[in-house]
Design a protein around this ligand. Structure first.
Ligand code: ADP
Length: 220
C-alpha cells in the first residue's frame, strides 16, 4: 500500500514501552512503522502492528533504507541499551525528523538525549513510580503530573467540605486547588459548578501544584 509516511509514526524499539505506544497509536487510527533490531521482537509484534521491520537504528544507512526522510514523528523506545538509544537519537536527529520522543531510563540518560536535541524526553518508570507512591497511601486514586510540579488527582471529598456547595467551600482560595469534576457513587463524573453540593463518598478530580493537591488529599 502506498502509505503517506508523513502521517506514519516511526516507533524504534519494540520492547514493552514501544509496543504499548505503537498499539495505542494504531487504536487511535494512526499508521505506525515499528522497527527493532531483534528479529524475534519484529515477528512477535507483526500481527498487532501494521508495519514492522528489522533494522539496527543506530546506523544512519539503515535509517535511510527504511525511508527516515519521510517521517515527521519518531518515538525512540530503547531503554536498556543507553548507548543504542543515544546513537539512534543522533541518527534520527541528523536525518531531519522534526518531532522526536525518546524514553530515558534515568535522569542522566535523559539529560544527554535533551542535550543532543531530543525535544520530548519521557521517564516512564519514574513517572509510574511517582504515581504508585501517591496512590498507595490510599488518599488518591489517580495521580498525573501534568507539568513540572502541577498535577491532576482523583481523590475523596474531605469531611469538612461535605454538605457545602463549591461556592461555599472556596477550595481554590483556601486550599489552592481547583475542583474540576465531581462523581457521586454509581454515577459518572460531571463538571464541577459553583452550585454543586459535595456529599460524603463523592470522588473529586482536582488540579493544582503537587504539594497543594497532596495536602488537600491528606485531609480525606
Ligand atoms: P522496555 O523496557 O520498554 O521493554 P527495552 O529497552 O527492554 O524496553 O527494549 C528496547 C527494544 O529496543 C528491544 O526490543 C531491543 O531489541 C530494541 N533495540 C535496542 N537497540 C536497538 C537498535 N539499535 N535498533 C533497533 N532496535 C533496538
Amino acid at each position: 500500500p502506498n502509505r503517506n509516511r508523513a502521517e506514519t509514526v516511526l516507533v524504534i524499539g519494540l520492547g514493552r514501552f514501544g509496543t504499548a505506544v505503537a498499539s495505542s497509536l494504531i487504536r487511535m487510527g494512526h499508521e505506525v512503522l515499528g522497527v527493532d533490531e531483534d528479529l524475534s521482537r519484529v515477528q512477535e509484534t507483526a500481527d498487532r502492528l501494521t508495519h514492522v521491520l528489522q533494522a539496527d537504528c543506530t546506523s544512519p544507512e539503515a535509517l535511510r533504507q527504511i525511508g527516515i526522510a519521510d517521517f515527521k514523528t519518531a518515538v525512540i523506545a530503547i531503554g536498556g541499551d543507553i548507548e543504542a538509544s543515544i546513537l539512534t537519537a543522533l541518527a534520527v536527529i541528523e536525518a531531519g525528523v522534526q518531532t522526536i520522543w525518546a524514553k530515558a531510563t534515568n535522569e542522566r540518560h535523559g539529560k544527554i538525549l535533551k542535550s543532543i536535541g531530543v525535544q520530548n524526553v519521557i521517564y516512564p518508570e519514574a513517572r509510574m513510580g511517582q504515581m504508585v507512591a501517591h496512590i498507595l497511601t490510599g488518599k488518591m486514586m489517580d495521580f498525573v503530573e501534568l507539568d513540572n510540579d502541577f498535577a491532576m488527582v482523583k481523590t475523596r471529598t474531605p469531611g469538612e467540605l461535605v454538605g457545602l456547595t463549591l461556592e461555599q467551600a472556596q477550595v481554590r482560595q483556601r486550599h489552592g486547588v481547583t475542583i474540576v469534576g465531581v462523581k457521586r457513587p454509581n454515577e459518572i463524573f460531571t463538571y464541577a459548578q459553583a452550585t454543586t453540593t459535595l456529599a460524603e463518598g463523592d470522588l473529586l478530580i482536582i488540579l493544582g501544584e503537587v504539594e497543594r493537591v497532596e495536602r488537600f488529599a491528606a485531609q480525606t
